[in-house]
Structures are given as C-alpha cells and as structure tokens.
Design a protein around this ligand. Structure first.
Ligand code: DGL
Length: 267
C-alpha cells in the first residue's frame, strides 16, 4: 500500500495539541491522524530539558510503531527542547510549531514588538527569540512564562474568573512594552483566546501556531509525495498515557468533534 495512506503522528503533553489536530482536520481532511497525549506526565513546561527530550523521544517511538508517515510536535515545550534531536534521530518529516508561529508573528506585527506567552521551559529555551531573530534581526521579543495556564485549561477552567485574573497578571509586563502582537507559545493557549482578548488592548494580534504549522505540513507532505488525496474524512485515533475522568468532555470541547477512539497506553 502507498505510504501516502499512512497516518500523521501528532503528540503533546496533554490536550493542547488537539488545537493542531483541529487545523489538520480542517486543512487536510483526508488524513488519518494518530494523536498521543502524555497525560500521565503532564505538564512538560515545568520539567528539565533532559526530561522533556527523553519524553519526546519515547512519544515519537510510540507513534513510529503506529507506522506514521510524518510527525507534528504539537507541543512548544517539546519542540523547544527536542526538535533538533527528533529530526536527527528519526527518518521521517518532522514539523514543529515554533518557526511557523514566529513567521506568522512577523507578518502580523507592524512595529516588530512581539510578545510571547509560553511555558517556563519554552521561554527559558530561547527558541522563539532565536527563530524570530533568524527571520528578522530587528524584531524585539518580550516573554512571559505562564505556568498556571496549562493546568487551568486542562481543568476546563479556560473561561473562569481566576483565569482572567492570571491573564491580567501575566500580560501586564508585556503590555508595558507596547507589543502589537502576541504569540500563543503553547498549544493549550488558543483555548484562552477569549479571555486574553478581554485583557489585551484592542488591536493586539494573537498568533496561534496551529494553522501556519499545518500549512507547512501540507507543503512537506506534497514535496515528499505523502499527501493523502482521497475524498473521505480521515480517521482520528487518540492515545493517552492516562485518562482523567473529564478527558473526553474537555477533549471534545477542544476539538469540536466527538472523540470516538480513545485508548489508554501504559508504558
Ligand atoms: N501544550 C504544551 C506546549 O505547547 C503544554 C506544555 C506543558 O505540558 O506544560 O508547551
């Protein structure tokens, strides 16, 4: 059977990567997707670089056993620590979320004053600073680590008053820098877009990596002759390393579709 029929592998520490899956479903509807959410070990953003690299390799090995044709690292914390390692170690196309978001931010920002909110691991890695400077050395980036956002989203509290208070606190230093664009540097954060918009001054652009990442993925699949051109809707299989009680409900809210195949894999 042609390799183009094989699934795309996507992983994240938890539910956040489903924001990227949603974009794949919209832009590449014929593709089968195997998603792995490492819920037993979430969050990644507070862990050391070595640990995140180890987890990312294990997640990729699991997906490779599902015979994936390409990998999307739908976790900024993993991408910032392990992208280069994964590309060296595995022989398949690997796509991350950081460069596409950086490119999109530069297009959106008239002043080049760009804010980044992300996990501590992503901010401390300097991966966005590097990606933005490589594309435009004159860009200015101001970062804020937001360690409480991931648990708030995973708890289904994206629209809670508490989340809004945290957003005010996290964003205040960035607003003082007069940013005109804000990168959502964690795949969980698009779920906070409504709250963030309430807190930010009007006119600040929010950059979500999902769409530009999937546009890049589509190009790479075409280049490698791996695009699945069939008409019917692809199948989505979800694997998790643990399944909290509210997983299906929150996951369906993330994705906007029913999660029919969710399997717990013990490793
Ligand atoms: N969605 C992950 C990211 O993009 C969340 C990280 C975490 O588990 O802390 O960074």
């Amino acid at each position: 059977m042609s390799k183009s029929r094989d699934p795309i592998g996507v992983f994240d520490s938890g539910l956040g990567g489903l924001t990227v899956v949603k974009a794949i479903r919209a832009l590449l509807p014929g593709e089968d997707i195997h998603y792995f959410g490492d819920l037993a070990r979430l969050p990644y953003g507070t862990k050391s670089r070595e640990q995140i690299i180890r987890f990312s390799i294990q997640n990729t090995e699991f997906l490779m056993r599902q015979r994936i044709k390409a990998l999307v690292v739908a976790c900024n914390s993993s991408a910032s620590a392990a992208y280069a390692v994964l590309r060296r170690r595995f022989s398949l196309p690997v796509v991350d979320v950081i460069t596409p978001a950086a490119r999109e931010a530069l297009l959106a920002s008239p002043s080049g004053r760009i804010g980044l909110i992300a996990t501590r691991a992503t901010v401390e890695s300097g991966a966005y600073d590097k990606a933005l400077r490589a594309l435009n050395p004159r860009s200015r980036i101001y970062s804020a680590a937001c360690p409480l956002f991931v648990p708030l989203v995973e708890e289904g509290m994206a629209a809670d008053r508490l989340t809004q208070l945290m957003a005010v606190r996290y964003l205040a230093p960035l607003m003082r820098k007069k940013i005109d664009t804000l990168i959502l540097g964690c795949t969980h954060y698009p779920l906070l877009a409504k709250v963030l918009k309430q807190v930010l001054p009007r006119g600040v652009h929010l950059v979500d990596s999902a769409r530009p990442t999937v546009q890049g993925l589509a190009e790479i699949l075409s280049q490698h002759g791996l695009k699945n051109g069939r008409g019917r809707k692809g199948k989505l299989s979800i694997y998790v390393s643990d399944k909290p009680r509210s997983f299906t409900e929150i996951g369906e809210r993330f994705l906007g579709e029913k999660l029919s195949h969710v399997e717990v894999v013990r490793r």
